[in-house]
Design a protein around this ligand. Sequence first.
Ligand SMILES: [Zn+2]
Length: 198
Amino acid sequence: MNILAIYEKYAKDIAPFFPASANIDFLLMLLELKPSMRTRCVAEKDMQKSVVEWLKENGFYAWIDHENYIYISSIQSTLEKVIALDTSTEKQESKIGELFGYPRCCCKKIQGIGEEQIDAYEEAISQEIFPLFFKLIDPKNYRKGTAFISHVPCSTNCFDSLALAQQFGFFIHKNKHSLLFSGWVKELDKIYGALICH
Ligand SMILES: [Zn+2]
């Protein structure tokens, strides 16, 4: 089954149990730009089981913890690694971040500022101006589900983040007629439109 077909199925069957931000995570995983993801699965226990079953039937391993966090990967050993690291008392943010597919420079940045400061850092960088094409890595739209990366970048001009965002943007552009992608298509039009009119 192709990526578009799996994503259409995902959007219909299980996306309603996740926050909007999970859409970018899941698509990046389908595009193999991200080895694993973590999001929340707000559903009754039976439904949570069905979500895990759905993922299994579609080639993913998944596990939900007691706080309703769901971990997903298409590689079982990656899933096991990320769960072990994330549930360990000695958290190693940078290693976890790499398993979630975040660029090394961005992982190092978060490691440096500390996990408890991530929200404040995200807030601060979202207020800054992302120059030219780097608007693609602005994390502002992550919670709305229309960001082009699934992490907070280390700077407003992080090239590794831009490389990820451009690969994702290319996929959206190729599939721009799917209504499921209209939020991202609008963002692309806005970003590229502004560059052309400059
Ligand atoms: Zn970076």
